[in-house]
Design a protein around this ligand. Structure first.
Ligand SMILES: *Cc1c(COP(=O)(O)O)cnc(C)c1O
Length: 397
């Protein structure tokens, strides 16, 4: 039987269908779901060998599980990383990634425009364990440079950012991080593993919420961290001993999600480009932010750094909160929710939901106005999405 693991020269779509798959003695076509917590050893000596590591076989599913392992190997193959570790959620992935790199007395420099949970980790959680932080405008390379201290050990960023779809120059920030002797961690959720390759751009660690595009069908939570062998060893020790491991069932769902990821991301991105133009042309809209449009302030960087313009759009309607709410409430096809990357299109009003905890000043600093809406574009027919959005925007005229 062909060993389908570690076939590094496959193209991405092939890696996503076959990567990491390991068949049992039954030869199943679809990856097996090993819904088991523990593993039986043939004898006492074998049990001892598993625990000492002399036999690398499975011990307990908090440590590792064959279905989870297939998901990790598929992700590592796609990302071009030494290895991966799957986690219970995207937030578990970010937490494990940063805790693996940092200890008391260290300092982290992070972009200010972060997913809410990530901002909590950097601003509130890590300081409780003696890690100090400096937040910078991720677009401004001078701010990254100026924030470095002798004890800076990690840089952290998302690009494109949530919800304003600003970009950070990953290669440039990686250079600054490495000159400072720090590791760069990139949360690559918005770009997906297909449209941006942080490791190739110089990042050391990549984190994903698999809840988003990787599942892409609204079913389960999951996350994954990727990096070199030393990082994976540190991340594995934390995961296996603190417990935010991925459930085998979720790994199985996510393996199925990976098979169709390129098709979904490609179509959702095509739909997003069509919708961004329709929204941008509507008289009730003051600005639209989409990395694939020439009027995006960092269009050139998007062209350089990303191989697709993402499935997400941000836009601002004339007026403020009341007008944004009116648009949301007039939508019939697009759901009001806060997930993203899903087959179903989703609209979010960041100031009152995902970014509600920030002060109005902090939101303004991030460019999040009261009339801003974030749209995650799904797999519906673009004509129906445009019709729904146009009808909703027309209520403001
Ligand atoms: C959703 C998200 C997370 C958190 O992922 P969960 O799976 O919800 O824990 C982290 N970062 C970004 C950019 C996200 O969009």
């Amino acid at each position: 039987m062909v060993d389908t693991r570690a076939v590094a020269d496959w193209h991405p779509a092939t890696k996503l269908v076959h990567g990491g798959a390991e068949r049992s003695q039954f030869g199943e076509l679809s990856e097996a779901l090993y819904l088991t917590q523990s593993y039986v050893y043939p004898n006492a000596e074998a049990a001892e060998a598993r625990f000492t590591g002399a036999d690398p076989g499975y011990v307990y599913s908090r440590y590792a599980n064959p279905t989870v392992r297939m998901f990790e190997e598929r992700m590592a193959l796609l990302e071009g990383a030494d290895d991966a570790r799957a986690t219970a959620s995207g937030m578990a992935a970010v937490t494990v990634a940063l805790m693996a790199l940092l200890r008391a007395g260290d300092h982290i420099v992070s972009a200010r425009a972060l997913f809410g949970g990530c901002l909590y980790i950097v601003e509130d959680f890590l300081p409780r364990f003696g890690v100090t932080s400096t937040l910078v405008d991720g677009r401004n390379l001078d701010e990254w440079r100026a924030a470095v201290r002798p004890n800076t050990k990690a840089f952290f960023l998302e690009s494109p950012t949530n919800p304003t779809l600003e970009l950070v120059d990953i290669a440039a920030v990686a250079t600054i991080a490495h000159e400072a002797g720090a590791k760069l961690v990139v949360d690559n959720v918005f770009a997906t593993p297909l449209q941006q390759h942080p490791i190739q751009l110089g990042a050391d660690v990549v984190a994903y919420s698999a809840t988003k595009h990787i599942d892409g069908q609204g079913r389960c939570l999951g996350g994954v961290v990727l990096g070199d062998a030393a990082f994976i060893q540190a991340a594995h020790a934390i995961l296996k001993n603190t417990g935010p491991s991925m459930s085998p069932f979720n790994a199985w769902v996510l393996l199925k999600g990976l098979e169709t990821l390129p098709l979904r991301v490609e179509r959702q991105t095509q739909n997003a480009a069509i919708l961004a133009d329709a929204i941008g042309a509507h008289p009730a809209v003051t600005r639209v932010l989409y990395p694939g449009r020439k009027d995006h302030p960092q269009f050139d960087l998007a062209q350089r750094q990303m191989s697709g313009a993402s499935t997400m759009i941000a836009f601002e309607v004339k007026g403020g909160r009341a007008e944004a709410f009116r648009v949301e409430n007039a939508l019939r096809l697009i759901s009001i929710s806060n997930n993203l990357g899903d087959a179903k299109s989703i609209i979010t009003h960041p100031p009152t939901t995902t970014h509600q905890r920030l002060t109005p000043e902090a939101r303004a600093r991030l460019g999040i106005g009261e009339g801003m809406l974030r749209l995650s574009v799904g797999l519906e027919d673009a004509r129906d999405l445009v019709a729904d959005m146009t009808r909703a925007l027309d209520t403001l005229l």
